[in-house]
Ligand binder design. Structure first.
Ligand code: ZN
Ligand code: ZN
Length: 559
């Protein structure tokens, strides 16, 4: 695109053209759809709160477990049963324990599980380690007790017995322990911080879903109950429980920012439930030997999960969201277009309304190389003939097109009510295929007026009329409008006031202008003017009046 192209592009705007249909049905459908879309948009905005700006929560959690128990002749306080966890936002409460005391690093018989049981030294392989072993085999088979022999191992002895955890759980009374959860949250977008501990907290409160839903002190038994679990059952093998804190904060004038607590079990109840791990306490004896006590502890790990959203009304957000939904209104037009299309394909297409609609809506662009237009003096319309011609142009089949001659016919043959009726019919029947054999059989081959010149070329075999009768060249108007030297000269001077009319070449200009005059008269002005074919009789009459030196006429250009 050159500078001119860009300039044109910058100084122009193309506005789409619409077809307005006068139709109660479609008008009603349109209104209905617009109202539906408008209501849907409103509902979506309200339900999904699209008028608010949102921000995700940032949070930190601190926990504080309290409670003392007395079992197995031992006092269990916080330091005993809460073992620090590696995980973030988690705390652990021990509920059950298997203790193996006074272990030394030496040789002893392995615990009698399947592969460790032996009958002689041959069954034990020196240096081998099994996945369940407590140590490295020495290759000897020794007595575990009076009845069972097992392979000897180098390990922390005596080895831990692989028995099931005690039932009921040692620390089942930890059900009454409480935990205080402090949860700070922050919404960076709104620069807003809040703590889940109310300012006027009654420090002796305990969380209850109904009576005190905002109290941040939880009884462990209640947590398990809310998670629909039985504490004494879970206490045996342990488990993992999620404490969910959900903040849904409205920071507008209707201020509402309180946490909601939820509880559920995270480890699978059916497939290998429980949570346990081991740790040891080491001692150095006066003789320098190291001794340890091994603990296998079972307990409940509590994971505190914080999530939530802060919301605040924001006009820009509302406009942005509504803007993005305005495109839904475009769906209305698309839906109606599709419905009309379907209607067009079905039986409705026969109704005159849709015929006019189709004509107004779709403009067919013709390829000028493939068409010719002809007009007969005894027919009130222009006929479109498509190439290639297989017979004379006079006999070629074509279709009627809406064009100027309709108006011309209206003005020319004037004023009778009959012609008006014809006109109306014509309007509805435009585009129908032309009846074949409409020409008179009396016509000589293809000429009906008797003035046409014989020619071999199909596209030149065209007469001024379809039925036998007087030639148009003999009419008064042909002489006046097309042939009259006076009229043509006037028209030439009108275009170029200083034209030299005495010039020897003036005949060529007059002849071409006469062709043009004929086309305007009989076809009217339209896009493909140069595809209008002038009948042979007229063409030769014009040529004879304004001849060309040498008589080599170009004729109608086929390409
Ligand atoms: Zn003729
Ligand atoms: Zn003629």
């Amino acid at each position: 695109m050159g500078v001119r192209g860009w300039l044109k592009f910058l100084t122009e705007y193309d506005s789409p053209k619409y077809i307005r249909m006068q139709s109660v049905t479609w008008g009603f459908v349109k209104c209905l759809l617009y109202v539906t879309v408008a209501l849907s948009v409103c509902c979506i905005v309200i339900i999904y709160r699209l008028y608010e700006e949102t921000d995700e929560v940032n949070s930190s959690v601190r926990t504080n477990v309290k409670g003392v128990a007395y079992t197995n002749d031992r006092i269990w306080d916080t330091a005993e049963y809460t073992i620090p966890m590696q995980a973030v936002n988690s705390f652990f409460v021990m509920t059950n324990i298997i203790k193996t005391e006074n272990q030394f690093e030496q040789r002893c018989p392995e615990y009698p599980f399947g592969k460790a049981i032996c009958s002689s030294d041959k069954s034990c392989e020196k240096g081998s380690v099994n996945i369940h072993s407590h140590g490295i085999q020495t290759g000897r088979c020794v007595n575990y007790n009076a009845t069972v022999k097992t392979c000897e191992v180098k390990a922390w002895c005596p080895v831990e017995s692989m028995e099931k955890p005690p039932e009921p759980a040692v620390l089942r009374s930890s059900e009454d322990f409480t935990v205080l959860i402090k949860n700070n949250i922050y919404f960076p977008k709104f620069n807003y911080t809040i703590l889940n501990v109310p300012a006027n907290l009654n420090s002796s409160c305990t969380y209850n879903k109904i009576t005190s839903p905002l109290c941040p002190i939880f009884r462990l038994g209640d947590i398990l109950q809310e998670a629909k679990e039985n504490f004494s059952e879970v206490a045996v093998k342990g488990g993992i429980i999620a404490i969910e804190i959900n903040w849904d904060c409205n920071l507008d004038s209707f201020y509402d920012c309180n946490p909601k607590y939820g509880f559920r079990r995270l480890d699978d109840k059916k497939i290998q439930p429980g949570f346990h791990f081991r740790y040891a306490r080491y001692y150095k004896l006066p003789n320098g030997k190291e001794q340890r006590t091994l603990f296998k502890v079972y307990g409940i790990r509590f994971d505190v999960l914080v999530f939530g959203t802060g919301r605040k009304f924001n006009g820009v957000e509302l406009i942005k969201n509504i803007g993005s939904m305005i495109s839904y209104f475009g769906l209305v037009a698309t839906a109606i277009e599709i419905a009309i299309c379907l209607c067009n394909c079905s039986r409705c297409s026969k109704s005159p309304f849709y015929k006019i609609y189709n004509r107004k809506k779709y403009e067919t662009l013709l390829n000028p190389r493939q068409v010719m237009f002809v007009s007969y003096v005894d027919e009130p319309h222009v006929t479109l003939i498509k190439k290639p011609l297989k017979t004379s142009l006079q006999h070629a089949q074509g279709s009627i097109v809406e064009s100027h001659p309709v108006k011309f016919y209206d003005a020319g043959s004037c004023c009778t009510s009959q012609s008006n009726e014809n006109l109306d019919n014509e309007e509805y029947e435009l585009g129908r295929p032309l009846r074949q054999g409409a020409f008179s059989p009396d016509c000589q081959k293809w000429c009906c007026c008797g003035n046409c010149q014989p020619t071999e070329k199909y596209h030149e075999q065209l007469c001024c009329r379809r039925t036998e009768g007087p030639c148009i060249t003999t009419s008064h108007w042909f002489l006046q409008l097309v042939l009259s030297s006076h009229t043509l000269r006037k028209a030439l001077l009108y275009e170029d006031p200083f034209l030299n009319l005495t010039d020897g070449n003036i005949n060529n200009q007059l002849r071409h202008l006469a062709y043009k005059q004929y086309v305007h008269w009989r076809f009217g002005s339209f896009d493909l003017e140069d595809r209008a074919v002038i009948p042979s009789c007229c063409r030769w009459k014009i040529r004879d009046t304004y001849p060309k030196a040498g008589n080599d006429y170009t004729g109608f250009k086929m390409e």
